[in-house]
Design a binder for this molecule. Sequence first.
Ligand code: SF4
Length: 302
Amino acid sequence: MEPSQPDPQQLAQFLRLLQGWGVSQLPQAGAASPVQPQPQAHAAASPGASLHSTPAEETVVNKPSSVSSGSSQAASSGSQAAVQLSLLGSTPAPGASGGLWEEPPLPPEKRPQALQELAQQIARCTRCPEPVATRTQTVPGVGNPNARLCFLGEAPGADEDRLGEPFVGRAGQLLNRIIQACGMKREDVYIFNVLKCRPPGNRTPTESEAANCWPFLLRQLQIIRPEFICCLGAVAARTLLNTKAPMGRLRGKVHLFQGIKVVVTYHPAYLLRNPNAKRQTWEDMKLLLREMGLPIPERKED
Ligand code: SF4
């Protein structure tokens, strides 16, 4: 039997995860791998390095079936708690991000507690000096721990920082109306951000901050196991989909992240400034609803 080769996607994923955690002097993933990268899939682990690397046309993103058994053995042999620790502790274990998806889903009744414990870990996090220096509190996420659909935004703003809940200001009220227009309630979905702390002055998160916070996002998805993610704005979409593509190329199609279907639309804060774009967002919502197999309500202008 031939010795198994390391999976190049997973190796790249792990190296990027390490970079995101501040480990420097790593080899290039391509150079380290004896196997040519697959053109139809790209590693989706750490947003830090990956924001530069992948064209948006590549919509198939690191499906669970593409994760090789070799590098995930360590993760799959441990308990779920061990996997969680390896991701959120100071030293991620090799294959941790791939192994994450190979763990069986948590039973629905255990997910609220798991999210609560994760929120406590997030509250103790001090990885990003600037947000830590100015934040009032961390803003992990809110909503249904068993949601089919998650909405992913960029970072908390002033209102969210004050109240500890994402999307509670004017943009949040607009998001609520969008959710209602889709025939759902805010409590039906899960809402969170790429960054769990407010960047000073509401500036755009840096790549290193997004990379620092990435394991928390990954863990939230692992707990909730949504079928669909709606990315609100370019930062959320580019971070999750590992791309620098413009919104025009990200919208209007269904992407995949770890087997989760992803639709991209404008951030509600952008819609407040550009109300004409609401029509395009409604088109995105219709795409999402069709994918979810839900009826498309008649749109009421607001
Ligand atoms: S943004 Fe995320 S990684 Fe950075 S300090 Fe806050 S919780 Fe930690």
